[in-house]
Design a binder for this molecule. Structure first.
Ligand SMILES: *Cc1c(COP(=O)(O)O)cnc(C)c1O
Length: 366
C-alpha cells in the first residue's frame, strides 16, 4: 500500500533532533509560555518575513483570534470560499460573524477576485482568502478590492507554509494571517498548534492577550479572552522542523514535477501552478470526471487517496442556515466532484510516484 501521507518516515529523518528538543523541554520543567515559544515565534516570523508571530492552540483558533482582534463579531460579514476545509468557517462563526461565500477561479481553485465586489455589503468587514492545497491566491487583485472598500484581509495559510506569491512567502500580504501546525501540514507539530502572524504591533498584542484569558500583564485582565496557547513541547518540535521546511517543500515540488511528467497523457488533469506562484504541494489533487471510479481503481492497486473536499461548505448541514442552494458556486462544486488527492509527502519514494502514475494511467473509463 502506498499511503497518501506518511508522517512516520519523515519523523524518522529527524528523530534524534526531535528527541533532543523534547529532552530540553523536560529538563527545563516549564511547559506553557516559555522560552521555546518565544524562540519559535521569532524564528517563524523571520522565516516568513513578518514582524510578529503569536503561537496559538490550532489553525481554527488562529483564524478566530485574528478576526476577533480585528474587532469582528456579531452583525458583521466575512467573505471566504466554499471549497475549503470546514475549520476556515468555524474560525469565522466563532466570532459571531456571518460567513459569505464567493466562487473560486477555475485554474487555481482559489478565491476569484472578480466575484468579490458583488458579495460586499455594508456589514462586510473582512476577506479570508484560502491558499488552498499550498497554491497561493491571486493576492494583488484581492488586496486592491479590500483596500478600496476598507476591508481587512486575513490569509488562511493553514496549507501554505513556505508557499510564495510573486516571490514573497504567504503570510504577510493581508493585515494578519493564520497558520495551522496540525501534524500532516507542511510544518506540523506532534499534536495541535497554530499561529497568528502580522506586521501590526497592535493586532499582535491583542492576539497575545486574547489567547491567554485576556491577560495584559500578570493578573490584570482587560477583557475576557480564551485559552489557546502553543505549548513548549510543540514549539520546541516546530523549531526543529522549521529548519527542514524548505528542503521538504523542495522534495514535494520534485515529486509534483515527476507526477506532472508521468501523468502527461493520463486521463486526469494535474494541478495548475500559476506563473506568479510557488506551490508548496501540501496536497496533490488531480481532477477526473470519474473521480469515484478512479479512487476505487487506485484502491484496488494499493494506492491511498483522499478527497479534499467532497462537500462544499454551503452544502454542509452545519451551514444550511446560510440558505445557499446547490448550483450557486459552479466552479467550487465541480471541483468537489472531481478532485482526488494522490500520495504526496517529502519522503515519498520516487519509484512510488512512478507506480502511482502508472496506476492512474491504467484507469480506463466506465
Ligand atoms: C487544517 C486547516 C485549518 C484548521 O487547522 P487546525 O489546526 O486543524 O485547526 C484551517 N484551514 C485550512 C485551509 C486547513 O487546511
Amino acid at each position: 500500500m502506498i499511503p497518501i501521507v506518511d508522517m512516520k518516515s519523515q519523523l524518522r529523518c529527524i528523530e534524534s533532533e526531535v528527541r533532543t528538543a523534547i529532552d530540553d523541554v523536560l529538563d527545563s520543567g516549564w511547559f506553557i509560555m516559555g522560552k521555546q515559544l518565544k524562540a519559535f515565534e521569532e524564528e517563524f516570523a523571520a522565516y516568513l518575513g513578518v514582524r510578529y508571530c503569536v503561537g496559538v492552540g490550532s489553525g481554527t483558533e488562529a483564524i478566530h483570534l485574528a478576526l476577533w482582534a480585528l474587532g469582528i463579531g456579531p452583525g458583521h460579514e466575512v467573505i471566504t470560499v466554499p471549497n475549503t476545509c470546514v475549520p476556515t468557517l468555524c474560525g469565522i462563526t466563532q466570532t459571531g460573524a456571518t460567513p459569505v461565500l464567493v466562487d473560486v477561479a477555475e485554474s487555481t481553485l482559489t478565491m476569484d477576485p472578480d466575484q468579490l465586489e458583488t458579495a460586499i455589503t455594508d456589514q462586510t468587514k473582512a476577506i479570508v482568502p484560502v491558499h488552498l492545497y499550498g497554491h497561493p491566491c491571486d493576492m494583488d487583485p484581492i488586496l486592491a478590492v479590500a483596500r478600496s472598500r476598507g476591508l481587512a484581509v486575513v490569509e488562511d495559510c493553514a496549507q501554505a507554509h513556505g508557499a510564495e506569491y510573486r516571490g514573497i512567502r504567504c503570510g504577510g500580504f493581508g493585515d494578519v494571517a493564520a497558520f495551522s501546525f496540525y501534524p500532516s501540514k507542511n510544518l506540523g507539530a506532534l499534536g495541535d498548534g497554530g499561529a497568528v502572524v502580522t506586521n501590526d504591533e497592535g493586532l499582535a498584542n491583542e492576539c497575545r492577550m486574547l489567547r491567554n484569558y485576556g491577560e495584559e500583564r500578570r493578573y490584570y485582565h482587560t477583557r475576557p479572552g480564551v485559552n489557546s496557547r502553543l505549548d513548549e513541547m510543540q514549539a520546541s518540535i516546530l523549531r526543529v522542523k522549521l529548519r527542514h521546511l524548505d528542503e521538504w517543500n523542495d522534495a514535494r515540488r520534485e515529486r509534483a514535477a515527476r507526477y506532472a511528467q508521468q501523468l502527461a497523457s493520463a486521463p486526469v488533469t494535474v494541478p495548475y501552478e500559476a506563473p506568479w506562484a510557488r506551490h508548496n504541494y501540501h496536497l496533490y489533487p488531480v481532477r477526473s470526471p470519474e473521480r469515484d471510479a478512479l479512487q476505487a481503481h487506485l484502491k484496488d492497486r494499493g494506492v491511498g487517496t483522499l478527497i479534499h473536499y467532497p462537500i462544499p461548505i454551503h452544502l454542509q448541514q452545519a451551514f444550511a442556515g446560510l440558505g445557499l442552494e446547490a448550483g450557486r458556486f459552479p466552479v467550487a462544486e465541480a471541483a468537489c466532484n472531481e478532485v482526488l488527492s494522490l500520495p504526496m509527502y517529502p519522503t515519498l519514494p520516487l519509484e512510488d510516484v512512478d507506480r502511482v502514475a502508472e496506476a492512474v494511467a491504467a484507469f480506463t473509463h466506465g
